[in-house]
Design a binder for this molecule. Structure first.
Ligand code: UT7
Length: 364
């Protein structure tokens, strides 16, 4: 049976930074509080749509893998802030990339979206349906942020990350490389802890959107506890399923939700901090994009070596959780690079946030 091996990785972050000092001007918070409670110093805010971020991350991952888009069998985009619902972002990418032979769909498991997508494409590769797959996590979370609500707006940022999966069996993949096991789960009973309704079909068609429906609601402390338990439990089950233990793990690449969540969860797993990758300081929580962005940065910083055992683990709205245990292949360097960039912008970060302020808190 073929295994699903990651052979390409890419990332796209928009250029505009929203720093903690910027947020001090928008709501009652401080750089000190945000860094101490979350580990976040800045996050990126997008001047383009989520599909534009996804496209560039996808092109970079394909160039890294040396894979032609025409050879893709499947494109999956994980997102909880899709640009529109239909056509899907994956279908838009199929057209933009020229992936004429690929099936395409979006998957929403909130912040667990990349772990869920990896599990799904692993099954499709193992069953023989697909040999080359592009998975992208992409988010424009600023769309649902009330920048006067300090309990949510400090956490989230925009961005995209992508990975190319290929069926093992080629020289490219390396012996024994690929996804070894997965664990997925959900608890709808806890769904009320993270809610945004605006992009669904709730209620009747209306020309007016109630800002209270459109903003993200969440219960931070409840989510914190669910996250720690969710990540630790799910990663343990995935390791057990692979016949491995925490001692075998070379690097954990967790969903970047909060540095304290990552510390608590990996302490429970008995994995010391030098085997845990974080980039939350500069990107905040980018939901489904966070793991592929972190995977890209981990490779870029030389934190993954050929043959390493890597664990991807996430929790998110729903609530959902998911973990993937994989053996890295022979190659940790890109085969090629895509030189394109996002279109430039003259806007400031405050220009981009003004519509949010006008919509969510006009009196603020
Ligand atoms: O991907 C899944 C998405 N969700 C998450 O990842 C969220 C998980 N939860 C968290 O990351 C944390 O719960 C938060 C960062 C949201 C909050 O951190 P906390 O340590 O749980 O703080 P808290 O809610 O217990 O609040 C402590 C104090 C409160 O003041 P009082 O009542 O003690 O006077 C808050 O009002 O801190 C206050 N506070 C803030 N102060 C300054 C809450 N938010 C802020 C803020 N700046 N941004």
């Amino acid at each position: 049976m073929p295994r699903a091996v990651i052979t390409g990785w890419g990332k796209c972050v928009p250029p505009l930074r929203l720093t903690n000092a910027d947020l001090e001007q928008l709501c009652d918070t401080s750089d000190e509080w945000i860094v101490e409670r979350t580990g976040i110093s800045e996050r990126r805010i997008s001047h383009v749509e989520a599909t534009d971020l996804a496209e560039l991350a996808g092109r970079r991952a394909l160039a890294c893998a040396g894979v032609d888009a025409a050879d893709l069998d499947l494109i999956v985009v994980a997102s909880c802030t899709p640009e529109i619902l239909c056509p899907t972002m994956a279908a838009m990418l199929e057209e933009r990339l020229g992936a004429a032979n690929a099936a395409a769909f979006d998957l929403n498991a909130a912040c667990s979206g990349f772990a869920y997508s990896t599990s799904v494409v692993t099954g499709m590769i193992e069953s023989g349906f697909a040999r080359k797959v592009l998975v992208v996590g992409a988010e424009k979370l600023r769309f649902i942020m009330d920048y006067r609500d300090r309990s949510t707006c400090i956490l989230f940022g925009d961005g995209a990350g992508a990975a190319v999966f290929e069926a093992s069996g080629s020289d490219e993949c390396g012996d024994g490389a690929g996804v070894l096991s997965v664990d997925l789960g959900a608890d709808g009973d806890q769904g009320k802890t993270m809610v945004w309704t605006h992009m669904g079909s709730k209620g009747d068609p209306s020309r007016t959107i109630d800002p209270d429906d459109a903003r993200l609601h969440f219960e931070g402390q409840a989510v914190f506890k669910i996250a720690v338990q969710g990540i630790a439990g799910s990663a343990s089950r995935a390791l057990e399923r692979a016949g491995l233990t925490a001692d075998d793990v070379d690097l954990v690449v967790p969903h970047q939700a909060n540095a304290r969540i990552i510390e608590s969860a990996t302490r429970r797993l008995r994995i010391d901090p030098d085997r845990v990758f974080t980039n939350i300081a500069h990107h905040g929580n980018t939901a489904a994009a966070s793991i592929p962005m972190a995977l890209h940065d981990a490779l870029d910083e030389g934190r993954i070596s050929p043959g390493d055992l890597v664990v991807l683990t996430a929790f998110g709205g729903g609530v959902t959780w998911g973990s993937v245990v994989l053996r890295w292949g022979d190659r940790v360097e890109p085969l090629g690079a895509y030189e394109g960039e996002l279109p430039p912008t003259d806007a400031t970060v405050f220009d981009l946030l003004q519509p949010n302020l006008d919509f969510f808190a006009p009196e603020g």
